[in-house]
Design a protein around this ligand. Structure first.
Ligand code: DAH
Length: 365
């Protein structure tokens, strides 16, 4: 190819490039253009390669024309790129704009567990009557769980099917192993266990505090038991009132008021004689059935009454154990199951629902 032909080729390349530039409408097509005209294997590079075929005087003339065309194309390309860039940026920005009229994201709302709800309700009823709330440990000693509560050594409640022991269960073995872990304390307090009721907190409270005592204690308790109405871990609220001149009449008054506050004014209570080692006399408290109002139904087993509390006048032997003079002070105690009350209150017939964390169940309270 000679000089004239190459110059004509450069000129037609310029025209073609200008035409193609006018049609570019995106950063992608711009890149394609760059490869086609200015790339290593592009049209202009082709022309520059042919320069070697020209003579020494012609070469600078054609070379200069080729460079001018290259600079011109590059500068137009650059301003076009800036332009497209700007357009793309404002397009993205307008997309990103927040639409304040869109509805917000709804986060799932948390709920109190039905057992917490009932426990708090029980607490607030007694706090309103002047009781204080105490807590005790879930891991107890034989002493607090049984002995100080006047359980005879051979009482069936100490048997393995009721109590979860921690480590050896006989006093003898218990003393030796626990001595290493806990020091001499365990010699007096016997084997360790998971408390089977919240009654040991009565003893812990009376050891620390002198009458008048008005206390309740909510908490978890543990027993070898597992079916539709029993769980190996469940919850109780214990109550204790010790003062001068307290009688069984006070017990009836406090517990009747409690039952009517939690289940409704129309409810009737019934106090039946019963036995618990740490009270004398002991009683079981029934309420008229919350479902049939005493007419008799499946829930109350047809007789119209539901048992919901154990109670009684604190046994003099228990008071003596904590160095409170039973001639000067009397008291009464009571204990109730939180699950049982929640099941009656909400009409739940399977205790296991409380522990399965199924949102469909939990969302209803
Ligand atoms: N601790 C008993 C139980 O778990 C319930 C109980 C009965 C507690 C009588 C008391 C009471 O304070 O006086 O079965």
């Amino acid at each position: 190819m000679n000089k004239e032909e190459l110059l004509a080729k450069i000129e037609s390349l310029r025209t073609e490039a200008n035409g193609a530039l006018a049609a570019l409408d995106s950063l992608v097509s711009l890149q394609e253009f760059k490869v086609r005209f200015l790339g290593k294997k592009g049209l202009l590079t082709d022309i520059l390669k042919s320069l070697s075929l020209l003579g020494p005087e012609e070469r600078p003339i054609v070379g200069e024309a080729a460079n001018r065309a290259k600079t011109e194309i590059e500068s137009r390309l650059e301003s076009l790129r800036k332009n497209l860039d700007q357009k793309e940026r404002s397009r993205l920005q307008s997309q990103k704009q927040v639409d304040v009229s869109l509805p917000g994201l709804k986060l799932p709302r948390g709920f109190r567990h039905p057992l917490s709800l009932v426990e708090k309700e029980i607490e607030s009823i007694f706090v309103n009557m002047g009781f204080s709330v105490f807590e005790g440990p879930d891991i107890e000693s034989d002493y607090y769980n049984f002995e100080a509560l006047n359980f005879p050594a051979d009482h069936p409640a100490r048997e393995m099917q009721d109590t979860f022991y921690i480590g050896p269960r006989t006093m003898d073995q218990g003393q030796r192993t626990q001595e290493k872990v806990h020091g001499p304390w365990s010699m007096v307090h016997g084997p360790l266990l998971l408390r089977t009721h919240t009654s040991p907190v009565q003893i812990r409270t009376m050891e620390k505090q002198k009458p008048p005592i008005y206390m309740i204690c909510p908490g978890a308790v543990y027993r070898h038991d597992d079916d539709v109405t029993h769980s190996p871990m469940f919850h109780q609220v214990e109550g204790l009132m010790v003062d001068r001149h307290l009688t069984f009449g006070d017990l009836k008054g406090v517990l009747t008021l409690f039952c009517q506050t939690i289940f409704g004014k129309k409810l009737k209570t019934r106090f039946r004689p019963s036995f618990f080692p740490f009270v004398e006399p002991g009683a079981e408290v029934d309420i008229s059935c919350v479902l049939c109002a005493g007419k008799g139904c499946r829930v109350c087993g047809g007789d119209g009454w539901l048992e919901i509390l154990g109670a009684g006048m604190v046994h003099p032997a228990v008071l003596e154990q904590v160095k409170i003079d039973p001639k000067k002070f009397t008291g009464f105690a009571f204990g109730m199951g939180v699950e049982r009350i929640a099941m009656l209150k909400y009409g739940i017939d399977d205790i296991r629902l409380f522990y399965q964390s199924d949102m469909r169940f939990l969302e209803q309270f």
